[in-house]
Design a protein around this ligand. Structure first.
Ligand code: NAD
Ligand code: MG
Length: 407
């Protein structure tokens, strides 16, 4: 009897939607993967269940909840092996960079994921990136770290994973000259597909009246609350455009957003010879997660194969930036560069939270972002401290705009 060593995985943001899909895939392959560390920020009851099932070595929770969490864990599962409980941002960075960790699933939502994801990159891990906001905020810095540390950065976002699958295998190998440079691989254009969200056909007048409830129902995907609203405003596609520019080292004019309501083609790559390659599948995050986990191998993701007789037509449209200004704001932020994408992201996080709390209208989201960007002129973003400073400044301005609106 000989057991082959299992790869040790740290799941940051284990209690979220990407966390759910990650465990769905891992459950099919527990002979190959061992859950080494987990983190959660809310729904800690769910995190306790995950600890009981997977018996990780470490679990990280917010500082204010660590004490209570440890007690509940021992109380509810006296027989389970109790993991070491770490706390806060420091704890997240510790588990992300832990020497015994092979793979880090970066699935925290928003700016909170930047520091731990960067810690995993600096430690040279295989990083499965769902947390797109990290790359939006600190793209150049982030990719420089990837190139220097020898980390393997594998996109989990379905579009970027699709693009990745349409690139030559050498693309993600540090020994090759193509390393994270799509132009050198002969790529002329990326076609980034978007479902268009639940309000694809809404007029500007209708968009003014949209409720959080309506915005929380995506036609093709079930996801966390923030990304679901981002998908409705098309800010998600804007963030993904910035993500693509960094992952594939292309300027924004070489990334074209294509509305494709069926979400069957997850994105496409056009080459200089006139070829266009597409990756297709049923819309289920288990596919990109399984791909990134096992790459360059393929493993069963538990996803039904695509049936083209059931999905007989695939449609494509141009996005409308008048009705969906967030897409334009994101492209302009990428063109401006420096701290502007971090400002865009921070203002968006505050505005989306205010919309979900019924404090502002759907259409106020882009207005607030625009106003915050206007008030914070771009500077170069060479270090994390500058980026985090602008993130904080943008949040402050966004909150003061909200305070004026509500008063
Ligand atoms: P979610 O809201 O369902 O889960 C977020 C996770 O992050 C939870 O575990 C939560 O506890 C944790 N978290 C939240 N705030 C935190 C904080 N301040 N500090 C530490 N941890 C915190 O979100 P999700 O849908 O799973 O998305 C996660 C990331 O993956 C996002 O960046 C999203 O854009 C990206 N993504 C998600 C999908 C999807 O299908 N859900 C698809 C593509 C990309
Ligand atoms: Mg996506």
């Amino acid at each position: 009897h000989h057991e082959k060593a299992r790869q040790r995985i740290c799941v940051l943001g284990a209690t979220g939607s990407i966390g759910d899909s990650t465990f769905k895939v891992l459950n099919k392959h527990l002979e190959s993967y061992e859950v080494f560390a987990l983190s959660g920020h809310a729904r800690l009851d769910k995190l306790i269940q995950l600890c009981a099932v997977y018996e990780p070595q470490y679990v990280c929770v917010p500082v204010a909840m660590a004490e209570q969490f440890s007690q509940n864990l021992k109380h509810q599962f006296p027989d389970a092996r109790v993991p070491k409980v770490l706390e806060g941002e420091e704890g997240l960075e510790q588990i992300a960079a832990h020497p015994e960790v092979d793979i880090v699933m970066a699935a925290i939502v928003g700016a909170a994921g930047l520091a731990p994801t960067l810690a995993a990159v600096k430690a040279g891990k295989r990083v499965l990136l769902a947390n797109k906001e990290a790359l939006v905020m600190a793209g150049s810095l982030f990719m420089d770290c990837v190139r220097q540390s020898g980390a393997t950065l594998l996109p989990v976002d379905s579009e970027h994973n699709a693009i990745f699958q349409c690139l030559p295998a050498e693309y993600f190998q540090s020994s090759e000259s193509l390393h994270y440079n799509a132009s050198r691989a002969g790529v002329s254009q990326i076609l980034l597909t978007a479902s268009g969200g639940p309000f694809r056909k809404f007029s500007l007048e209708q968009l003014e009246l949209v409720t959080p409830e309506q915005a929380s129902k995506h036609p093709n995907w079930v996801m966390g609350a923030k990304i679901t609203v981002d998908s409705a405003t098309l800010m998600n596609k804007g963030l993904e455009l910035i993500e693509a520019c960094h992952l594939f080292d292309l300027p924004p004019e070489r990334v074209t957003v294509v509305i494709h309501p069926q979400s069957i083609i997850h994105s496409m790559v056009q080459y200089v010879d006139g070829s266009t390659l597409a990756q297709m599948g049923n819309p289920d995050m288990s596919t990109p997660i399984a791909h990134a986990l096992a790459w360059p191998k393929r493993i069963d993701a538990g996803v039904a194969p695509l049936d083209l007789f059931l999905n007989a037509s695939l449609n494509f449209e141009q996005p409308d930036e008048l009705r969906f200004p967030c897409l334009r704001l994101a492209r302009e932020a990428m063109e401006a560069g420096g701290t502007t994408p971090a400002v865009l992201n921070a203002a968006n996080e505050i505005a989306v939270a205010a919309f979900l709390a019924n404090k502002i209208k759907f259409t106020d989201i882009s207005r607030i972002i625009q106003a915050v960007i206007t008030q914070l002129p771009m500077i170069a973003a060479h270090d994390l401290a500058t980026i985090l400073h602008y993130d904080e400044a943008a949040r402050k301005i966004a909150r003061s705009i909200l305070a004026e609106k509500v008063a």
